[in-house]
Design a binder for this molecule. Structure first.
Ligand SMILES: NC(=O)c1ccc[n+]([C@@H]2O[C@H](COP(=O)([O-])OP(=O)(O)OC[C@H]3O[C@@H](n4cnc5c(N)ncnc54)[C@H](O)[C@@H]3O)[C@@H](O)[C@H]2O)c1
Ligand SMILES: O=c1ccn([C@@H]2O[C@H](COP(=O)(O)OP(=O)(O)O[C@H]3O[C@H](CO)[C@H](O)[C@H](O)[C@H]3O)[C@@H](O)[C@H]2O)c(=O)[nH]1
Length: 330
């Protein structure tokens, strides 16, 4: 297939582009480099620098025949804490920009869409593991914008015959073949803890030690980015015109922040200084996925479910990156 990957200079988009190329697909990346890196776009991919809000229509075209078989839409602003402080950036950057993309998809007659939705659409769950029919009550603007986009996709799909899938990722981590997490401003737990191990950061702050969990720190479900990429390929193949499918993607196991730090100590063999800190605004206590629907309907088989393996792959990536990482250059 010939595929447009929005946000392909970012973490998940660059790993997915790598996997798509390996599977023989043709990939064009559209990315405005607001949080991504041009050098993360894999060799063999055509790169268009631009904002989806203004550039998607020109890239997709409006001819009688679509230039693309599908769009994988990763481009977004995606930081929970920042979304509480700057909601305008999220409503415009995520919802308004994605509506422009949806209109461009419709006008160009592009038949398939896979969208990066999130566990943050659910908010604080009534029960775990979270299934796709759980109530969606986001606790932060980031999750609210992603839920709004899911609703827009559902109605576009029904009315205009698009074949669409929203994949609700839980916490993505790890690396694959030279593609991994290297953001200018890093806020995600695993890369931050590993930066402490590398001596690039003095300590890791633990946001909240009074959550109702076994050690008082928040619980998340970490999914390996390669397993996530595999699910995108399956979603592209399974998509049906006029249907919007929604799938959770996680490992089904929850780890506290302290357990993640312990795994990083085990994998690196290095000391990691911890400082307890207040809760971060917008954070839910516990997020654990039920990915049963993806396993049953897509035939998804996650291969890298051990937290230590996920951390080890992220660690190998950061070590290889060495002085080229944003954290090392600061
Ligand atoms: N990383 C996670 O744990 C996680 C979890 C759930 C969902 N997601 C979703 O997965 C997607 C990818 O996340 P990531 O961690 O790779 O983020 P990232 O910040 O590394 O990548 C996002 C990419 O999109 C680009 N971008 C942003 N706005 C754009 C715009 N308007 N036009 C063009 N390009 C734009 C950025 O430059 C960047 O390269 C996001 O949609 C995110 O919400 C991520
Ligand atoms: O320095 C830090 C950073 C994070 N945390 C904690 O570690 C956990 C994980 O935090 P991340 O920032 O790594 O990830 P989030 O759970 O906030 O969010 C991630 O997963 C979500 C879905 O679960 C979203 O989709 C989102 O895009 C993605 O960033 C949270 O409890 C957070 O408070 C710390 O204690 N210290």
């Amino acid at each position: 297939m010939r595929l447009l990957v929005t946000g392909g200079a970012g973490y998940v988009g660059s790993v997915c582009s790598t996997v798509l190329l390996e599977q023989g697909h043709e990939v064009v990346v559209l990315d405005d480099l607001s949080t991504g890196n041009a050098d993360a776009v894999p060799a063999g991919v055509e790169f268009v620098e631009g904002d989806i809000a203004t550039a998607a229509a020109a890239v997709l075209g409006d001819g009688a025949r679509s230039r693309f078989d599908g769009v994988l839409h990763f481009a977004a602003q995606s930081l929970v804490g920042e979304s509480v402080e700057q909601p305008d950036k999220y409503w415009h950057g995520n919802v308004v920009a994605t509506l422009a993309l949806l209109d461009a998809i419709r006008r160009s007659g592009t038949p398939r869409l896979v969208f990066s939705s999130t566990a943050a659409t659910y908010g604080e769950p009534e029960r775990v593991p979270i299934t796709e029919d759980a109530p969606a009550r986001p606790t932060n603007p980031y999750g609210a914008t992603k839920l709004a986009i899911d609703h827009a996709i559902s109605s576009y799909t029904r009315a205009y015959g698009l074949a669409a899938t929203s994949l609700r990722y839980f916490n993505v981590a790890g690396a694959y073949r030279g593609a991994g997490e290297n953001r200018v401003v890093e806020t995600h737990l695993i890369p931050l803890v590993l930066q402490v191990a590398l001596g690039q950061r003095e300590h890791i702050s633990v946001f909240g030690t009074d959550w109702p969990t076994k050690d008082g720190t928040a619980v998340r479900d970490y999914i390996h980015v390669k397993d996530l990429a595999d699910a995108h390929l399956l979603a592209l193949e399974a998509a049906r015109p006029g249907e919007h499918a929604v799938y959770n993607l996680g490992s089904g196991e929850g780890f506290t922040v302290r357990e993640v730090i312990e795994a990083c100590r085990r994998v690196t063999g290095l000391p990691i200084t911890v400082v307890d800190a207040p809760r971060r605004a917008g954070d839910p206590a516990v997020l654990i996925a039920s990915s049963r629907r993806a396993v049953e309907e897509l035939g998804w088989k996650p291969q890298h479910t051990s937290l230590d393996e996920i951390v080890a792959d992220a660690w190998a990536y950061l070590q290889d990156l060495g002085d080229r990482s944003h954290a090392a250059r600061r």
